[in-house]
Structure formats: C-alpha cells, structure tokens
Design a protein around this ligand. Structure first.
Ligand code: B12
Ligand code: SF4
Length: 619
C-alpha cells in the first residue's frame, strides 16, 4: 500500500471526518493505493467510556496547572510531555491517580493495536489528520510508529499550522513532512514531486527547516465532494457510522470566515473567503440524497450565514424544490441574521444552530473585534426560540482584560431573554440553551497570538521541567498575561457558569426527531441492521399493568403494552425483520409503522445499532 490515511480519536462523534475525506479524494485522483483508518470511529464504538474519558482528559484536565498556556497541544503538559519523552515524572504523578493510570494504559494498548493494523498493510507513508483535540494522541501514535516502521509520517490539519509546531514535530522526528493549511493543492504537488519539497509543505533539509507558504488556493467549484467509500476502513462505507451517534453527512459550502474575531484562527488558516453558488450547494445536497438516500446533513462551515442574501436564497431554493432535508447542525453568527431569515431556515429544515455570542458586554465584544449589535442578537434569539429552532449560545469567560461587570452584562442579557420568552408563553424546553462557562484559551494562529502587543498582551515562557525535554519544546510551552490586570478567574467562571442551562444531550423537538428518523429510512436495511437498547437507558417494569417506564437521561416515558413488548426483545438485540416476526406484525403498513418508531428511538439515542447481521445469518 502507498498511503495509510488516518485520524486518531478527535471526539467528533456526530458525523464523518470531512477533512480526511477531502484528502482521500485527492489521493484517489492521484491514483494512490490508499487505505483509510478512522480510529476516531473505532474507539467510539469499541470503548465509549474510554473515548469520552480521553476527551475529558484533554479538555478539562485536573492536571492543568497552566490555564494561560497557549493551546498548542490540547492536553495537560504535565502528562503529555513526560509520556512523549519517556520521563519518570509521570510515575510520581500517577501514583496518586489510579483512574488516570488505567486510562493511559488503555490508550497505550488501543494505539498499539491501531498501529499494528496500519503496519500490517505495509504503507510507505502514513498521513495523519490532526486537530487540537487529537494532536497529543496522534503524537503518541507517531512515537509508536517510529519504533516499528520506516514509513514516512506526513501530518496535516489545523493543529499543525504554525511554525512553532512544525519545529517541534520535525526536529523531534514525529513528522517527516507537514502539509500546512488547506490540504488539497499542496498534497497533489507533494505526491507529484520527487522529494516532497514543494510550497505549502514544511520539512527539514538536513538540519534546516524549510517552509514556503502556498499562494494558490482551491477555487470554490473545486471543493471536493467526498463519496465516503472505504470509510471508516477499507471495504466499508457510510452505514458503519450509524453504529455511533450519526447526525448526517458532513457538508460545507464555504471556506474561511467573513468575520475577523481576534481569538479565532479561521481567517488565518483558510486565507481568503470562498463559497459555492446556491445552485452548486443545492446540487451537492441533491447528489448526496440521490446517491445515499440520506437527507440529514451536518453543516461544517465556519458560518452558514456568511451572507444573509446567500442563506435566504439557499432556503428559498430548498423550499421551492421541496427537497425536505434536515440540517442537524450549523454554526451561525447573530449579525448576518434576521427573524425573517430564521423563519425561512426553520421551514428549510434547519434544526440545531450554534451561535458563538462569546459575550454580551459591549466592551468585551469590541475587544474581540466582534461586530454584534446586542439588540439584534436578542431579537434573533427570541425569534429562533419562537420558530422552534433548538439553538445553543456559547460565551467565553476570562477573556483577557475581562471585568466582573462584563460577566454581569452577559447574565443580564440572558435573563432578559428568559423573561420575555416566559411572558410570551414559550415552553422552557424551547428556550435557547446556553453554555456560558467555556474558559478562554489562547490559540496559535490567531491575531491575538501573532500580534499580542496590539492587544496589550505579553506572551512569555513557562518555567517547568518539561520545557527542556526534546527539541523546540520551549517553542510550544508559552503562556499569556495582561500586565497590571488581575482578575479572579475562578469567581468569574463560577458566577457565569451558574447561569448556564445546558444539561444532557442537545435535543431536537419531537417533529424534528421524526424527520431525522425518516431521513435515514432508506439506508436502514430490515434484515441486517441489529438494534439494541442503549446502555444508559433504564427500563423499569414495576408498573401494575406490566408496561415499562423508560428513563433516558433526565426524561421518562411510560410505554404502552406493544412498545413494552418490543423493548423486551430489543434488550438483547434484534433486526427489524426479526422484531416484526416476534411481534407478529405481518402486514406491510404495520411493519412500516414499527420501523418509524424504531428509527425514532434510534435518533433519540434510546436504541443503538449494535452491528450488522451477515446476510446469510438471516432467514
Ligand atoms: C464542524 C466543526 C466541528 C464539529 C465536528 C465536525 C466533525 N467532522 O465531526 C463540532 C461542532 C462537533 C466541533 C467540535 C470541536 N471543534 Co471544531 N470545527 C468545526 C469546523 C467549523 C469545520 C470542520 C470541517 O469539517 N472543516 C472543513 C474541512 C474540509 O477542513 P479541515 O477538517 O480543516 O481539513 C482541511 C485541512 O485541515 C487539511 N487536512 C485535514 N486533515 C488532513 C490530513 C492530512 C494528512 C493532510 C495532508 C491535510 C489535512 O486539508 C483539509 C482540506 O483542505 C472547524 C473550523 C473550520 N471552518 O474548518 C472547527 C475546528 C476544526 N474545531 C475546532 C475545535 C477547537 C473544536 C473543539 C475542540 C471545540 C471544543 N472546545 O469543544 C471540539 C472538538 C471536538 C470535541 N467534541 O471535542 C478548531 C480546531 C483548532 C485546531 N487548531 O485544531 C477549529 C479549526 C475551529 C477553530 N478555529 O477554533 N467542531
Ligand atoms: S469566531 Fe466564528 S465568526 Fe469569528 S472569525 Fe471565527 S469562525 Fe468567524
């Protein structure tokens, strides 16, 4: 095999890895012999507990004693560096934490198996897709690969964008080449060249670091439209992803962002903003619907409302063509939006919408270079709730220079929204969800990082032993500080978090769940897909008439007798055909009703797909 194309657990368990799939289209066009290894998928279905434990380890680490560290590695430096460089400091740390020790052992064993699976195919090159959520685990894997193979290691993705990371990866021998930024054109030239020395690729020539940024970017009409064949592993396809949470096919209509928030890297990463015409965008949806029979989509644009006029035309086109897709997720800003447009979005099939408000303090918004009119923002959030759109608004706490009055501004903003919605009789379940306690982390390749002096910030070294490990580790162990400004970060965090209302999964409204269920109907095979009650669901059969009380996180449902009988069978797993035989549902209409109900429970997360029965095992 020429190339193993891989992604290590990145905790994106709602859809397929779009970036990796875009790279696969390039490799296919270049006629490489390529095999995909989606280890994010593998861990999420193999060991859910470990999957989420690693996620927590990276994001909310108990060992994070450096809250102002620049976020290069997405994990605790106290753990990450000793593990990477085999240092004994880790043993001391882990003596008092058996759970952490066990998780690290499990990760190690998972990575051993992952690396063996790739090396069994004898690849010449291993290409790794890296995001801040998986860079540390990808480096652990790279270390193992080096010990067992001479295959070259090529990294790409947002986590390896900056020079500091290039130096760390190249000089410590974790990578042989880094394809920087937008991947397609550089990857194509890299493959065609004899030595990989092309623009857009960072590499070492002897002891010299080389990198010349690529000037040419992909035109919008060249954005790949992956077919997801051979995902998550060679010989498999999109239906495998239904074994975990599946919220639709990932699509994107643009690259880059029309805004320039100083804490965000997207402008720098994608360089110039490009987008598909409405006709092309709708054409892509239609193509996927016709080829896969799936009409749920997960929108991966930085903002789907990059232009009010574009989004409005897009929605109108979908409505007039009666396409009836369901968009299970999209990022939007609160600027290029109006209540009218929200109404159209709701009719066009938009459901979960994520807004990064980040603050409701005019002063902080200005510091962030966010041009949000708070009155307009409030009108839009009210309209979203009234149009039945499940929205989530997030804010950042502890932004450099934040004062307690800024935190109070944010709380006041949301309290007013709650009061208006309550007065207008909107049920609390339809109120915007808010996630207010996300602590600020300074990301590389943002304006804040690249021009700290413009914002009165100082970036300085961290004094810790691991700074000395390996080469160029000091380049990625720095922290920020605002001179002469002290603030009680724990207090800010505590106050604002107590006003969050996000608990449990981000649910759709009932009709949207039904639509999502129908959007998958065509690919769910009645003979092979094996459904089972999800692990977290509690079935309590203590009601007088023998029916079941079903508890799903914070919700409870009383099932009728037929539903209760189905649940008994689904406890040990069943295909739809087996279930209908056991329930004696012999006519087609009853079967279809049962299928709708099962798919509805599946998209709600109450049932899961345990696996696929081989065709010859079914009668
Ligand atoms: C949609 C999205 C999500 C979705 C998940 C999408 C999915 N597939 O599962 C959700 C909302 C769940 C999500 C979550 C998170 N996300 Co997010 N997300 C995005 C977003 C908007 C789009 C991703 C995408 O599909 N882009 C389109 C594809 C084509 O681009 P791409 O993946 O970058 O791939 C290109 C290049 O990177 C490169 N490339 C990629 N892989 C490889 C591999 C090789 C070998 C090569 C050569 C090249 C290459 O070539 C590709 C084509 O040009 C991006 C921002 C953006 N506009 O890209 C942020 C982004 C990826 N997310 C980011 C972050 C920080 C997160 C979170 C950690 C946030 C949080 N604090 O929880 C979480 C992580 C996941 C988790 N659950 O913990 C950051 C990553 C920063 C970094 N330096 O890595 C980004 C860049 C946003 C930002 N600027 O901060 N995210
Ligand atoms: S934070 Fe969102 S709106 Fe701001 S530049 Fe980044 S992607 Fe665009």
């Amino acid at each position: 095999m020429d190339i193993a194309l891989t992604i290590f657990p990145s905790f994106s368990d709602k859809t397929l890895p779009l970036g990796l799939a875009c790279m696969k289209t390039v490799l296919d066009r270049e006629q490489c012999d390529v095999a995909v290894f989606d280890f994010d998928y593998q861990l999420s279905v193999e060991d859910r507990d470990l999957y989420y434990a690693i996620h927590d380890l990276a994001l909310h680490s108990r060992y994070g004693s450096f809250p102002d560290m620049i976020n290069f590695i997405g994990a605790s430096p106290e753990i990450m560096f000793p593990v990477l460089f085999d240092r004994s400091e880790l043993d001391v740390l882990l003596l008092s934490d058996a759970e952490m020790r066990l998780n690290l052992e499990k990760i190690d064993s998972f990575l051993d198996r992952a690396v063996s699976a790739m090396l069994a195919e004898s690849p010449n090159q291993i290409w790794v897709s890296s995001y801040i959520s998986n860079i540390w685990i990808s480096l652990l894997a790279a270390k193992k690969i080096r010990l067992r193979s001479s295959a070259s290691l090529v990294f790409g993705g947002p986590a390896v964008y900056t020079r500091d990371v290039h130096l760390f990866l190249l000089f410590n021998h974790f990578a042989d080449a880094i394809i920087v930024g937008e991947g397609e054109l550089s990857a194509k030239e890299f493959l065609r060249s004899d030595d990989g020395h092309v623009d857009g690729v960072a590499y070492l020539d002897g002891d010299h670091y080389h990198y010349i940024p690529r000037k040419e970017l992909l035109r919008a009409d060249e954005f790949p439209m992956p077919d997801f064949k051979d995902f998550p592993f060679k010989g498999q396809g999109i239906r495998e992803y239904l074994k975990r949470r599946f919220e639709g096919i990932p699509v994107s209509f643009s690259r880059g962002c029309v805004n320039s928030c100083i804490y965000c890297s997207e402008k720098e990463f994608w360089k110039c903003f490009r987008y598909l015409s409405v006709e092309q965008a709708v054409g892509r949806l239609r193509f996927y619907m016709e080829s896969y029979g799936i009409s749920s989509f997960y929108i991966c644009d930085s903002l789907v409302n990059f232009s009010h006029a574009w989004l409005s035309d897009f929605c109108e086109r979908i409505i007039t063509e009666d396409l009836q897709p369901l968009f299970t997720f999209a990022f939007c800003d609160l600027t290029h939006l109006t209540p009218d447009l929200l109404e159209k979005m709701s009719k066009a099939g938009f459901s979960r919408i994520a807004f990064g408000l980040e603050s409701a303090s005019p002063r902080v918004l200005e510091c962030m270079n966010k041009t949000i009119d708070l009155n307009n923002a409030q009108r839009n959030l009210l309209a979203a709730a009234k149009n039945g759109l499940p929205v989530q608004v997030s804010t950042i706490v502890n932004f450099p220079g934040e004062k307690i009055v800024d935190v109070l501004d944010s709380i006041r903003f949301f309290r007013e929204i709650d009061e208006i919605l309550a007065r207008d009789g909107v049920p609390t379940a339809h109120f915007p969800q808010r996630s207010l306690g996300n602590s600020f982390r300074l990301e590389p390749s943002t304006d804040l990082y690249m021009n700290p002096w413009k914002y009165g910030i100082i970036i300085e070294p961290i004094n810790a032993p691991w700074r000395e490990y390996g080469f160029y580790t000091e380049a990625i162990t720095t922290q920020w500080r605002v001179p002469n400004h002290t603030f009680d970060r724990a207090w800010h965090h505590y106050i604002v978090s107590s006003f969050s209302n996000k608990k449990g999964p981000w649910r759709l409204h009932d009709s949207q769940f039904r639509k999502q269920a129908e959007s998958l109907r065509a690919i769910v095979d009645d003979d092979t897909f094996c459904f089972m009650v999800a692990e977290h669901v509690v079935l309590q059969q203590n009601l007088a008439d023998g029916v079941i009380l079903l508890k799903d996180h914070d919700l409870e449902f009383v099932l009728d007798t037929i539903q209760s009988d189905m649940m008994h069978i689904l406890r040990s797993g069943s295909t739809l055909k087996e279930l209908s035989r056991a329930m004696q549902f012999y006519d087609q209409a009853t079967f279809e009703l049962m299928k709708s109900f099962i798919l509805y429970l599946y998209v709600r997360g109450i049932l899961c797909i345990q696996g696929f029965k081989a065709e010859n095992q079914t009668s």
